[in-house]
Design a protein around this ligand. Structure first.
Ligand SMILES: C[S@@+](CC[C@H](N)C(=O)[O-])C[C@H]1O[C@@H](n2cnc3c(N)ncnc32)[C@H](O)[C@@H]1O
Length: 299
């Protein structure tokens, strides 16, 4: 046994090798292990920091995307709201209404399509207007006819209570002489060998050929998908020369399919889209509506 500095014991490892302190503070082999441990811990910390950083970047991007999406939705909605307000104002002015229209949008038609139709009635002065699905639109069409001093609205509704409500609404606007609302429950109608359910047209009063047809009923999927398709085969043959058809809600997949079927079965009727919040198509034979681009800008 040898004695090292300050009296520590030296242990002979090998003949002729350096003596290591035994029981002292450091050993050479210990310091190597500590260095490796520190390096491993450092690497682990760096990896953890990288993972944390990546997670934070991922979260920040998510927040950014959400905020950007929300911002886009808010801007789109506010544009739609302001357009609807503007169209409602125009509609009220152009129809010379002295009381506000019933609530629009939702189940009722929106101001944009109502404005397109009111302007059409003022221009074309149709004599026979047929409407599938009564409500606020009946008031608008009847008032437009009243301003022309010409025309009558024949509206059909599959629901007796809503038909009655629409009659009351017409009376409130003093328009009962300009529109007739008929309760026509859905009934089985054969079309090209298939069975469909649609308004019982036997209830509709006899009318001369139709100058303007507005399709806004039955409600979607009532009683099954493509509920509005029968309007084509049932009513298009009754259109007068130069007649115009407006279809509401044409942004819905079911109505897009209905339009596709009408286009293939009634190729003489061209289809034109107006920019309306729920989708609106105008169908007519011959030339495109002369004012379509103007209406696209205004509505
Ligand atoms: C799209 S709505 C017709 C809306 C009408 N053209 C208007 O502008 O007010 C089609 C049918 O849905 C029914 N309906 C109307 N309002 C409804 C409501 N709030 N809930 C359930 N059905 C309704 C009526 O029978 C109506 O004929």
């Amino acid at each position: 046994m040898l004695r090292g500095p300050r009296g520590s014991e030296l242990h002979r490892l090998d003949a002729g090798c350096v003596e290591q302190p035994v029981g002292g503070r450091f050993r050479l082999e210990d310091s190597g292990t500590i260095a490796v441990a520190i390096a491993v811990a450092g690497l682990a910390l760096a990896a953890l920091a990288c993972l944390l950083g990546a997670y934070l970047v991922y979260k920040l991007r998510q927040v950014h995307r959400t905020l950007y999406g929300t911002d886009f939705i808010v801007r789109t909605l506010s544009r739609s709201v302001s357009q609807n307000l503007q169209n409602l104002e125009l509609l009220t002015q152009e129809l010379q209404l002295h009381k506000p229209l019933p609530p629009l949008r939702g189940w009722a038609a929106s101001p944009d399509i109502l404005l397109v139709m009111a302007r059409h009635v003022q221009r074309a002065a149709p004599a026979v207007i047929v409407e599938c699905g009564s409500g606020a639109s009946t008031v608008v069409l009847a008032q437009a006819a009243r301003l022309n001093g010409r025309g009558h609205v024949y509206s059909i509704d599959h629901d007796g209570a809503f038909a009655e409500e629409s009659r009351t609404m017409l009376a409130r606007y003093g328009l009962s002489d300009w529109a007739t609302i008929t309760h026509a429950p859905l009934a089985e109608v054969p079309i090209s060998g298939s069975r469909w359910e649609w308004y019982d047209l036997d209830r509709l009063p006899e009318t001369p050929p139709i100058d303007l047809l507005f399709i806004d009923g039955p409600p979607a999927d009532t009683p099954k998908p493509l509920a509005r398709y029968p309007a084509g085969p049932m009513l298009f043959p009754r259109l007068a020369p130069g007649a115009v058809v407006f279809a509401d809600d044409t942004d819905r997949p079911g109505e897009i399919e209905v339009l596709r079927r009408w286009a293939s079965e009634f190729p003489a009727l061209s289809q034109y889209a107006h920019f309306c919040e729920k989708g609106c198509h105008e169908l007519r034979a011959g030339e495109a509506p002369a004012d379509l681009s103007e209406e696209r800008q205004a509505v």
